[in-house]
Design a protein around this ligand. Structure first.
Ligand SMILES: [Zn+2]
Length: 144
């Protein structure tokens, strides 16, 4: 019979595993080295050049604006983390997350960090599909 505490710990480990993609890539790096040197295929140089020039109105995902927006999301999350703990200390109730979770500071911090990650992930999806306005707004609404 797993107790609630153990379930929470398990969820924490899962979140951490999801938040560290380096582990997965290391596993991939250990894949057979025979695949690594790609056979020199007939590369059409002109096509490659055109492709890199193509995104005219587009911007790099990690441009300066997004850097600042994501930093803002992270800051807002951090502020939320501390202000929520502060509210808890004053005896108010956190509606969005259960009190147990807020009391477990490490887990709560992970949840806040995951929220930042989800926000950046959503921004990236919007960026990927050309919705650059929505991409920015995803971060902006997180400041509130
Ligand atoms: Zn974009």
């Amino acid at each position: 019979m797993p107790r609630a505490e153990e379930l929470l710990k398990l969820r924490l480990i899962l979140l951490l595993a999801l938040a560290t993609p380096t582990g997965a890539s290391k596993v991939c790096a250990q894949a057979p080295a025979t695949e690594a040197p790609a056979p020199p295929q007939a590369v059409v140089p002109t096509a490659g050049k055109n492709q890199t020039k193509e995104p005219t109105r587009e911007h790099r995902f990690w441009d300066k604006k997004n850097d600042w927006l994501f930093a803002g999301v992270g800051a807002a999350r951090t502020f939320d983390y501390f202000s929520t703990l502060n509210l808890r200390r004053r005896g108010d109730r956190e509606i969005l997350v259960s009190n147990d979770l807020v009391d477990n500071h490490a887990a709560f911090a992970v949840v806040e960090a995951a929220g930042t990650g989800v926000s950046i992930g959503a921004s990236y999806l919007f960026h990927r599909y050309g919705h650059h306005r929505l991409e920015r707004w995803t971060s902006i609404v997180h400041f509130g």
